[in-house]
Design a protein around this ligand. Sequence first.
Ligand SMILES: O=P(O)(O)OC[C@H]1O[C@H](OP(=O)(O)OP(=O)(O)O)[C@H](O)[C@@H]1O
Ligand code: HPA
Length: 183
Amino acid sequence: MTNTIDQLNLILDEADCLVDEHQIDAALDKMAQQITTDLGDKLPVVLCVMNGGLIPTAALIERLNFPLELDYIHATRYGMETEGTSLNWLSYPKTNLKGRHILVVDDIFDQGHTLQAISKWLEEQESSAVYTATVINKLHDRKTDMTPDYIGADVVDRFLFGYGMDYKGYFRNLKGIYAVKDS
Ligand SMILES: O=P(O)(O)OC[C@H]1O[C@H](OP(=O)(O)OP(=O)(O)O)[C@H](O)[C@@H]1O
Ligand code: HPA
């Protein structure tokens, strides 16, 4: 079904804001401190996981005051859906990752399949060390067996949007993190 502007505005009006702009800023500040301690002298490559990682990556790297390179990887398992399927690899980084320290940045760690598959792929590229960072960790018991190294906030198991995360392709641009009504 096509989403009209009225339908989308209703979704936003009825949603609950779970993490506001100030809480996100504070969480990113803390993550940046931890990342600086671990990677500040490692000349890392920061890998943005498109599309959701775009906004978190930009916000995080502007807090990192040390030399780093930036690239992106595009792997998606949800598309326009709210249930994930198998991972679809759309684009690989252009940087040679062999022997490099890598920081992978994404918006949400939900079941964890995306970051787990990317981490495995990076090991196959013979990267020296792989670190993962995500603004949101969704709380439930359907996880893979990995945990991100840096987490901004733990959030309840509802369908989320904003700050990189989309609802049917929309709302990635919102400054807060929202949960769809009754999700
Ligand atoms: O932990 P998981 O269950 O694997 O889910 C998390 C992934 O799902 C979303 O991406 P999506 O596939 O929706 O693509 P998008 O980034 O373009 O929204 C999100 O940006 C993460 O990459
Ligand atoms: O709750 C979510 N919202 C948007 N995108 C997602 N990708 C995984 N989980 C989510």
